[in-house]
Design a protein around this ligand. Structure first.
Ligand SMILES: C[S@@+](CC[C@H](N)C(=O)[O-])C[C@H]1O[C@@H](n2cnc3c(N)ncnc32)[C@H](O)[C@@H]1O
Length: 426
């Protein structure tokens, strides 16, 4: 292999833990989810492991389940964020009827364009939407929303689900404001070009139709299912059923998955603002951000005394106590001390349930990264490995894929971090 080829290979390897390459893959590209990982990598993993039944307790946008469909194996996934689950479910509707979809798409656009102006609500006074869109764009998007809700008040079919995803997926490209892909929105920043909503929606529909031929040629088989399920609670009873788990749980890094869908949920009138996020979304998610641990008013001693944390308590306690001290010296006084304890308790609960549904001798891969809130290092992969051993798995090893927090001088702290695959066997 030449030096250049080696470099390309290295870069590709580092990207297996990211969503970047999925944007050129059929169906995966219908929605960009920056928290995702590479679908091609999952397909090759399923094949190399001869897996027959795959599980993903943190589905996100559905990469693992779609990869399982591409590989023709059975799969089950859980996602407890209602909006994100709907995104994944829409992508998992890839086996739709082409002519029905094309007809419904045409009908939707026709109705959106023809709606009486008096029917279109002026939403420019909404604090978020008003900053994200020009008056014209917002009014056209509102036309699409209204036409969709009138035509499909209770959308159930594959085709309706994909139309909903189409409107959802154009919201960021149609905004002139900063929308770092799938991250929080940045209303004060602006970008050079914003797409026109009807043209963007039609382009989405064309892409969907084109992809349906690709997946037919590729021989995808629909064998996946997804449930709205909190992975910390009891799973449906499938004792020792799965032989491979591929997942990426939230990292203990303060990323707020509820806030990450605020724009989309506001547009669809599922939340009215930031204040709704805890009661509508966050409460069902892993406690991986300080907004969540603050809202739950958690008590550190209560968390640490839970038996499930016994295997890591000796190391976890000083880290949490240090965080409790440091917060008093910081303006934000973020509750990282309880967030970190709650995060590992949540994962211990997930692992306990995962053990029940995994076959003996099975393999699991957790794509995970460590973190350093307030500059205090949290060795996530090692602690998750120890928690897994305590519930009955036999071995774990970490394969580093990427370094983080090493490049820029203006970093909040200088703790070098990494991201990679935590392999757990047993
Ligand atoms: C890193 S993302 C997964 C991304 C996914 N691998 C993909 O390719 O799109 C983690 C996901 O876990 C979900 N999640 C958080 N807490 C959860 C819980 N308690 N049960 C199930 N899903 C949860 C989040 O909503 C988020 O979508």
């Amino acid at each position: 292999m030449t030096k250049a080829m080696l470099k390309v290979n290295e870069k590709k390897q580092a990207r297996t833990g990211t969503f970047v390459d999925n944007m050129s893959l059929p169906v995966h590209r219908w929605f960009r989810y920056s928290a995702g990982f590479s679908a091609d990598w999952v397909v090759s993993l399923i094949k190399s492991q001869n897996a027959n039944r795959v599980i993903d307790p943190f589905v996100g946008s559905g990469t693992t389940l779609l990869a399982a469909d591409a590989a023709g194996v059975e799969s089950l996934g859980f996602e407890s964020h209602t909006f994100v689950k709907r995104i994944a479910e829409s992508k998992l509707s890839w086996n739709f009827d082409r002519s029905r979809f094309a007809d419904l798409a045409k009908q939707l656009v026709h109705m959106a364009v023809e709606l009486e102006s008096d029917d279109i609500q002026d939403r420019t006074s909404d604090r978020l939407l008003g900053k994200m869109y020009s008056k014209d764009s917002l009014s056209t998007l509102e036309r699409l929303r209204l036409a969709f809700t009138r035509l499909h008040p209770a959308p159930k079919g594959n085709e309706e689900r994909i139309l909903w995803l189409g409107i959802t997926s154009i919201l960021r490209p149609c905004s002139h404001a900063g929308t770092a892909q799938w991250q929080y929105v940045l209303p004060k920043k602006s970008k050079n070009s914003a797409k026109e909503p009807i043209a963007a929606f039609e382009a989405f529909c064309d892409r969907v139709l084109e992809d349906s031929f690709f997946v037919e040629l590729d021989g995808w088989t629909k064998r996946s299912s997804i449930l709205l399920q909190d992975a910390r609670c009891d799973f449906p009873d499938q004792l020792g059923f799965f032989d491979l788990l591929v997942t990426s749980p939230p990292y203990p890094n303060n990323y707020d998955y509820a806030d990450a869908t605020r724009l989309e949920m506001t547009f669809w009138k599922e939340v009215t603002g930031w204040g709704d996020l805890q009661s509508v979304v966050r409460k069902d998610l892993m406690r991986s951000c300080s907004q969540h641990s603050a809202a739950e008013k958690l008590n550190l001693e209560d968390l640490l005394s839970d038996n499930l944390l016994a295997p890591i308590r000796k190391e976890l306690r000083p880290v949490c106590e240090r965080l409790a001290e440091v917060r008093l010296t910081r303006g934000g006084r973020k509750t990282y001390h309880t967030m970190i304890a709650a995060y590992f308790l949540d994962l211990a609960n997930v692992l306990k349930r995962v053990r029940i549904v995994m076959a003996q001798g099975s393999n699991m891969c957790f794509v995970i990264g460590d973190s350093a809130p307030y500059g205090v290092h949290v060795p996530a992969e090692r602690w998750i490995g120890e928690l897994a051993m305590a519930v009955g798995f036999t071995d774990y090893a970490f394969e580093k894929l990427r370094e983080r927090n090493v490049k820029w001088d203006n970093r909040v702290h200088k703790v070098p971090l990494h991201e990679g695959n935590l392999w757990i066997q047993g």
